[in-house]
Design a protein around this ligand. Structure first.
Ligand code: AMP
Length: 197
């Protein structure tokens, strides 16, 4: 089983790349942002609780997010591996993910980061906001708030995974297919480390 954390700032291209990688490596793609948006659209209790937080560009509390992620993993008992997109985003989430995967007899195989300059990413998000319908993409101050959340709470995970020898930075600027190749080059040299117990 390989479990990949796709890491990067908002707009770095995690969702776009995940669409290619999940097919290529037969992984279940779990995007916490997508799961929250599906819940908001369906008007579930979880969606209603998270809506205002997400629209401000803040992070949803760890406990809510982690419980949702664990449920999503458990809904896929036959998975050959997972592609985590947008999770973990805090140290607490990374620790919770490690403990949960360990309880399943597996682990994060690698964290692959799509790297790009903030100014390019903000411009990209504002462009995406014209068609995505996402309120958090349409206002530069909300986008800047998401970057502040990233810098304060998510960037420390670079050290967290580097200390575990699992952090692989990749240049996230270029043609989509070229970036998929760069990510694949990392994945192809990973040994599948664990299987479900
Ligand atoms: P994304 O689609 O990954 O950009 O996520 C959109 C929004 O959902 C984020 O700005 C957060 O408000 C919320 N969100 C998604 N994933 C997480 C997470 N792992 N922890 C906390 N909040 C999250």
């Amino acid at each position: 089983m390989i479990n990949i954390v796709l890491f990067g700032k908002p707009g770095a291209g995690k969702g776009t790349q995940a669409e290619f990688l999940k097919e290529k490596y037969n992984l279940v793609h779990l995007s916490t942002g997508d799961i929250f948006r599906a819940n908001m659209k369906a008007g579930t209790e979880l969606g209603n609780m998270a809506k205002a937080i997400i629209e401000r560009g803040d992070l949803v509390p760890d406990e809510i997010t982690t419980n949702m992620l664990i449920d999503a993993v458990n809904e896929n008992p036959d998975a050959k591996g997972f592609l985590f997109d947008g999770y973990p985003r805090t140290n607490g989430q990374a620790e919770a993910l490690d403990a949960f995967l360990e309880s399943k007899g597996t682990e994060v195989t690698a964290t692959i980061a799509l790297e790009a300059d903030d100014n390019i990413l903000v411009a990209r998000l504002l462009e995406r906001g014209k068609t995505s319908g996402r309120p958090d993409d349409q206002d530069e101050s909300k986008i800047r708030n998401r970057y502040q959340e990233y810098n304060e709470k998510t960037a420390p995970l670079i050290d967290y995974y580097t200390n575990q020898n699992k952090f692989y930075p990749v240049n996230g600027i270029g043609e989509i297919a070229d970036i998929t190749e760069r990510l694949s080059a990392v994945i192809d040299q990973l040994e599948p480390k664990q299987v479900w117990k």
